[in-house]
Design a protein around this ligand. Structure first.
Ligand SMILES: [Zn+2]
Length: 370
């Protein structure tokens, strides 16, 4: 009822002054998707790889997101380094504050910051994180915990359980006390099929741990390993049952790892695994127009490029992609390059121009009208 009154007031305001107020409850649900290390060149080359090697006709889901939504760029320096790490970048996005590399949900003086998940929980929203990295890794960690070091993975894991994050799906089993999680009310899953089990649907809290460390790379998975799309789809179905809406962060965590190793075509398979999850989210957004997706990367990793000189006057073959022929990597580390930001759905229009990664916190708050 209150929401209806606010919506009517919003429309009156729009007609009266011709512009929407800066912050309004336009979105019932907000989904943030982060391709860890997913720079522009990786997106472009993964598209080429999909079309010319895997023979999958375009478009990628990422292209569909761009067609439907609004696009901007994101700068990502941390307070300590021009080249950020995933911990500082995720803290900037989750908490709106630039901090030092390595910090998880804390400012550079070690003070805990309020994150968007805490704000959402305070409003009665369901909250979730889904990743192919360890759930206790830097990106999901900064959205759900506070620690001076990203290496404090056991502390991050125990905070996620004690904060009763509604849905936790990913890897990192060795950091989690599964018995303690069960006692805290979690339904614990370890295999892909558990995501669809009737018993899971009856429980309020989900902890899905599908590997002892990170979820295996696409080319190393078993039938028991869920893809990022499998986990994302299950999380959306679960979270959407909350009356008051939800916040979900989805990370393609292994893009970064494959890019650190300069490993092709593995890195492209990981981008395409992320892309498939984007497709699942777009389906959800189309079916639920009161939802906003913000899709971005935390930084670029590797800085890969394909040059004409080595590739010659031809299209790269599957073997070229396999062996990385004609591909040049700038580094085995992160770069300072800006990354992509796309908004799709109810509050997409707030994506406009060249943002700082700290803006994402405000974009999500504004989308929820917090
Ligand atoms: Zn990295």
């Amino acid at each position: 009822m209150m929401k209806d009154i606010r919506r009517i007031a919003f429309l009156v305001c729009v007609f009266a002054v011709g512009a929407a107020p800066a912050a309004w409850a336009r979105s019932r649900n907000v989904i943030v998707m982060i391709g860890d290390g997913m720079g522009f060149s990786l997106i472009g080359l993964s598209r080429n790889y999909s079309e010319f090697v895997l023979r999958i006709p375009p478009p990628l889901a990422l292209q569909e997101a761009l067609r439907l939504g609004r696009m901007g760029l994101v700068s990502n320096r941390s307070s300590s380094h021009l080249v950020t790490d995933s911990a500082a970048a995720a803290t900037a996005m989750a908490c709106g504050v630039r901090t030092s590399n390595g910090s998880i949900g804390m400012d550079e003086d070690g003070r805990p910051l309020t994150d968007i998940v805490e704000l959402a929980q305070g409003q009665g929203l369901a909250v979730g994180v889904v990743t192919t990295d360890a759930l206790s890794g830097a990106t999901p960690g900064a959205f759900t915990a506070h620690a001076a070091s990203r290496r404090s993975s056991g502390i991050i894991a125990s905070q996620q359980i004690s904060k009763r994050i509604t849905v936790l799906l990913g890897g990192g089993g060795e950091d989690y006390d599964l018995d303690a999680a069960k006692k805290a009310g979690y339904f614990v899953m370890t295999r892909k099929k558990d995501l669809l089990s009737p018993a899971a649907q009856k429980k309020n809290l989900w902890l899905g741990i599908f590997s002892s460390a990170e979820i295996p790379y696409v080319d190393e998975r078993t039938p028991d390993t869920p893809s990022l799309k499998d986990m994302t789809r299950a999380a959306l179905g679960k979270l959407a049952r909350n009356d008051r809406g939800f916040f979900l962060m989805v990370e393609g965590g292994r893009i970064d790892h494959a890019a650190h190793a300069n490993k092709t075509p593995r890195v492209f398979d990981e981008v395409l695994d992320f892309d498939a999850a984007v497709g699942a989210v777009l389906e959800f957004v189309k079916a639920h127009p009161d939802t906003t997706l913000f899709l971005t990367a935390d930084h670029e990793t590797g800085g890969v490029g394909l040059t004409k000189k080595e590739a010659g006057e031809y299209y790269p073959t599957a073997e070229d992609f396999e062996k990385g022929r004609g591909l040049h990597w700038l580094s085995k580390d992160h770069t300072a390059a800006p990354v992509l930001l796309v908004g799709v759905g109810a509050d997409a229009a707030s994506v406009n121009g060249w943002h700082d990664n700290t803006d994402l916190f405000q974009l999500v708050k504004d989308a929820f009208g917090l």
